[in-house]
Design a protein. Structure first.
Length: 265
């Protein structure tokens, strides 16, 4: 499906936030996908949506995609990024009829996946907007070292870069024992009432354990959740090595799950 790209600015607490909006050339009833870019909370931009799984799903099955240009941690630490993403979600909800949105999906890669999980927690607790499905791909969820993120020397993302990202994102909270669940979704124990979830991750990357733990917690809370684990040690392998057999398999499986769990429901 052909998507039209627009740049939007929406009012937020600190001024105006840029967003990339992708929508069908002809208006139709489709899912709305809030897709949050990665970059360790420190890097990235809204334009990364053009290479994202969010765009792929919308083109294949029809959808409206919003990619918020949220504040990065070097300019404003937590809760800035979460507040900006929630503002984008509210904008989508308020413009449902205009955009033809039938249901709301929240997803993202890496830190964007971490923000997606945190946003689902926040939206649930605010009680204003219902998120119907979440796609936090290889999410950056845990501000504390896990078995896979500790002593990890990956070229794309590793222990040193992980500490760097969390230190700046958490700001004065970094190193404290009590961390808000909306800052580091891995700290949340009450996952009841969250939307169904699908994700994937690779065996050798830093976020393996926190991804598996998040899915297990969702399942324990009675939430439908699934994860696929692929061979390799490249973080964000679907984006950085898109033409490999593994990346193609991951994207094919993501499409299958999305069609079954979102489109067909």
């Amino acid at each position: 499906m052909k998507l039209i790209s627009e740049t939007k600015e929406i009012p937020v607490s600190w001024g105006k936030m840029k967003m990339i909006l992708l929508h069908p050339a002809e208006k139709r009833k489709v899912p709305g996908i809030l897709w949050i870019h990665g970059g360790g909370y420190m890097l990235g931009m809204a334009e990364m949506v053009y290479a994202s799984a969010g765009r792929m799903l919308a083109e294949k099955y029809g959808g409206v995609v919003v990619s918020p240009g949220y504040r990065l941690a070097f300019e404003a630490p937590y809760p800035a990024a979460l507040e900006d993403c929630y503002a984008a979600l509210c904008w989508m909800d308020e413009h449902r009829e205009e955009l033809g949105i039938t249901k709301l999906i929240v997803g993202g890669e890496s830190a964007g996946g971490g923000l997606a999980a945190a946003l689902c927690l926040y939206a649930r607790d605010q009680g204003e907007i219902k998120v119907d499905y979440q796609l936090p791909l290889y999410p950056m969820l845990d501000c504390q070292d896990t078995h896979s993120s500790k002593d990890n020397h990956g070229k794309v993302w590793n222990t040193r870069r992980n500490h760097w990202g969390w230190k700046h994102y958490l700001g004065d909270l970094y190193g404290r024992e009590e961390i808000p669940v909306y800052a580091s979704a891995a700290r949340a124990n009450d996952l009841q009432g969250l939307p169904p979830c699908y994700t994937f991750v690779s065996y050798g990357e830093p976020f393996l354990n926190e991804t598996l733990t998040y899915v297990q917690k969702l399942q324990d809370a009675g939430v439908k959740a699934a994860v696929d684990v692929y061979p390799g040690d490249v973080h964000a392998f679907d984006l950085l090595t898109p033409y490999t057999k593994t990346a193609r398999a991951a994207k094919k499986r993501l499409c299958e799950v999305y069609k079954e769990e979102v489109i067909s429901v």
